[in-house]
Design a protein around this ligand. Sequence first.
Ligand code: ATP
Length: 222
Amino acid sequence: MKKIGLFGGTFDPVHHGHLAVGRAALRQLGLDTLYLIPASSPPHKSDQLITPFFHRMAMLRLAVQGEPRFVVSDIEGQRSGPSYTIDTLSQFRQNLGPEADFFFIIGLDAFADITTWKKYQELLNRTSFVVIDRPSHGCRTVNEVVSKCFPAYEQEEKGIWGCEGSQRIYALEMEPVPVSSSMIRDRLRRGEAIDDLIPAVVVDYLQCNRLFPAAKKKGREN
Ligand code: ATP
């Protein structure tokens, strides 16, 4: 069996938090490969203006240069309509065959809403979930969310829950990295530096392509 991590998101833009999560998942779960899968049309962000897919892909590719076990996948860019994870999982199963053991990597903010995802129960049956605490997004823990939303799951050992007929849920142990893409977009709009939040090659890319331009300051124009 090959252990395959699937890390979906908007990545608008990719940041150090995403990369730290990916590295921790590779290490803790002993994954063979971690696919970073930008959503072409994220169903939960349909009311937001999102950077074009090809720019988000390009930034991801730059960010993972020199990290051989990270692979950037354009699978969701090849489909039209909302990017549902259940469809992505089916495509990965078809492409990689029965020998792949899937681990879907997800922050607690997103996992706490999982019951609103298309066919979420089928997702839980077909892939393990690896959930990361995100204290910057509220004070709940993976433990609290699993006990509240999924009472049928039993804790098998610290940070691992199981349920008959479903794949396991794992809590990823890592130091929190309190960074988000919205924080980066906000800073850029205010004209502030972001060098501490994303890799330098990505800073260069978004400056060259004038992504997220700073908002014009109010005041007298000369
Ligand atoms: P935004 O601020 O625009 O909502 P984001 O920083 O949450 O973006 P996404 O691309 O939407 O980034 O996130 C993809 C996945 O990565 C989600 O499951 C999210 O919870 C998780 N994630 C993002 N940043 C972090 C972080 N700093 N620590 C842990 N998980 C994270």
